[in-house]
Design a protein around this ligand. Sequence first.
Ligand code: PEP
Ligand code: MN
Length: 271
Amino acid sequence: MKNLKLASGEIGQKTVVRVGNVDVGHQFVVIAGPCGVETEEQTLETARAVKAAGADMLRGGAFKPRTSPYSFQGLGLQGLKILEKAREETGLPIVTEVIDPRDVSWVSEFADILQIGTRNMQNFALLKEVGRSDRPVLLKRGMYSTLEEWLNCAEYILSEGNPNVILCERGIRTFEKYTRNTLDLSAIPAIKELTHLPIIVDPTHGTGRLSLIGPMSLAAVAAGADGMIIEVHNNPQAALSDADQALTPQMFADLMKRVKPLKTFMENLTD
Ligand code: PEP
Ligand code: MN
């Protein structure tokens, strides 16, 4: 692919993004937590539960890019303060979305990883701004984007001087309506052919259906993903965003019991 001067890299090169004591790209990373930060109780309870089940990082949006302007938009600064509290208590690094270039520098004071959502994948001003940040960036695939367009967006970040980009396959829009998106698992081995950057999978937004999250998580492990990001809520029915696709802490714990042994099995196969 043309012009991927930094994203394509040398043969055999593999970028490892260190966050806290987790080496993304080296060990399998599990990021879990609510879609949005709603209350201190909801976030802390969920954080404790995902930590106990073996998650490596906590996710939670303080800025929610919603289809409707009347839907819950996130708590902003108050949400980031809640996430900070959850990190203090659990030690889990925080992954949180930033949607406005003007917010990047101050959100970076709270976030361990800055998430760029699917709707902002080609927000070039935002990409340049996170490219100048010293925080790693989780770059989600645009729902209408090709791999080449996606990697060019990674290139925007890398070319501003930030080498720590993690890609996230989160499903693309197709004619299929049963699932919320079509999770493109072929993107995992394809991305590994095209770039040295780590890639994780989001089976939550990739399917939008509780019953499919488990099977697609296992499939992502088998396809060689470097990790996954999953929505978990302490009380999914009460969630203010993405209520239908949030796992309960128990469902997440059950899934983790299958993900970890499968990962070990796959590592032994390829060794
Ligand atoms: C999210 O992670 O909550 C989110 C909004 O994801 P996406 O940008 O992939 O829709
Ligand atoms: Mn969500």
